[in-house]
Design a protein around this ligand. Structure first.
Ligand code: FNR
Length: 182
C-alpha cells in the first residue's frame, strides 16, 4: 500500500498540552501507511492582508508546503471559549489564502481533549463549518471528544482508556479508507 502523507496540526502551543499528547497517541495508533508530518504554528504572526500582499512569512510558506504535499490532515485541538483557539484559526486563515488552497478536496480528521465535560465538541463543530468553506472533507465518524483530560492520560502522556485508543484507531483507519474513496 502506498504511504499516505498526513499533516498533523495542533491547536495548542503549550509544552504539556493534552492535545499534543493526544496527537502523538493518534500518530502511534494509526495504521502504518499513514506517514505524519507535524505542523509548526509557534511563530505564525497574526494574519494581516498588507503583510500577505508583500509576501507570505517564511514560517507560513513552510507549513503551506507541508499542507500542499499532504494527502490528508489531522487536526487535534482544544476548545477556547466554546470555539476554535485563535492560534489554530489564525493559521488556517493564513493557509487559506494560497492559490491553490491546500485544504481543497482533502480528507480531514478532527479530535480534541478538554479538562471539561464537553470534550471540545463546540470547537469541533465550528471547525467543521470552516472546513466547508475550504471545501475539505471532514470525516464524520468516529468523533473523538475527550473530556476530563487530566484523568485521561497517564504520567507518560498515554491514554489510560483502551476504548478511547480503539476509537482513535478507528478514526485513523477511516481517514485512510476515505482517501481511497474521495
Ligand atoms: C479554555 N478552556 C476551555 N475548555 C473547554 O472545554 N471549553 C472552553 O470553551 C474553554 N475555553 C478556554 C479559553 C481559554 C482562553 C483557555 C486558555 C482555556 C480550558 C482548556 O480546555 C484547557 O486549558 C486545556 O488544557 C487546553 O488544551 P491543552 O493546552 O491542554 O491542549
Amino acid at each position: 500500500m502506498d504511504p499516505i502523507k498526513v499533516l498533523a496540526l495542533c491547536g495548542s502551543l503549550r509544552v504539556d498540552s493534552f492535545n499534543k499528547m493526544l496527537m502523538h497517541q493518534a500518530i502511534q495508533l494509526a495504521p502504518k501507511e499513514l506517514q505524519f508530518s507535524l505542523g509548526v504554528l509557534d511563530d505564525f504572526p497574526l494574519y494581516n492582508e498588507d503583510v500577505k500582499n508583500s509576501g507570505f512569512p517564511e514560517c507560513v510558506d513552510e507549513l503551506n508546503k507541508h499542507l500542499v504535499n499532504a494527502d490528508a490532515i489531522l487536526i487535534v485541538t482544544p476548545e477556547y471559549n466554546y470555539s476554535i483557539p485563535g492560534v489554530l484559526k489564525n493559521a488556517i486563515d493564513w493557509l487559506s489564502r494560497y492559490e491553490p488552497q491546500g485544504f481543497y478536496n482533502k480528507p480531514v480528521a478532527i479530535m480534541g481533549a478538554s479538562p471539561g465535560r464537553m470534550g471540545t465538541c463546540r470547537c469541533q463543530y465550528h471547525l467543521r463549518q470552516v472546513m466547508v468553506f475550504l471545501k475539505a472533507w471532514v470525516l464524520n465518524e468516529p468523533e473523538i471528544m475527550i473530556s476530563d483530560a487530566p484523568s485521561a492520560f497517564d504520567q507518560q502522556g498515554r491514554l489510560v482508556d483502551k476504548r478511547i485508543e480503539k476509537l482513535i484507531q478507528n478514526q485513523m483507519q477511516n481517514l485512510s479508507k476515505m482517501l481511497r474513496t474521495v
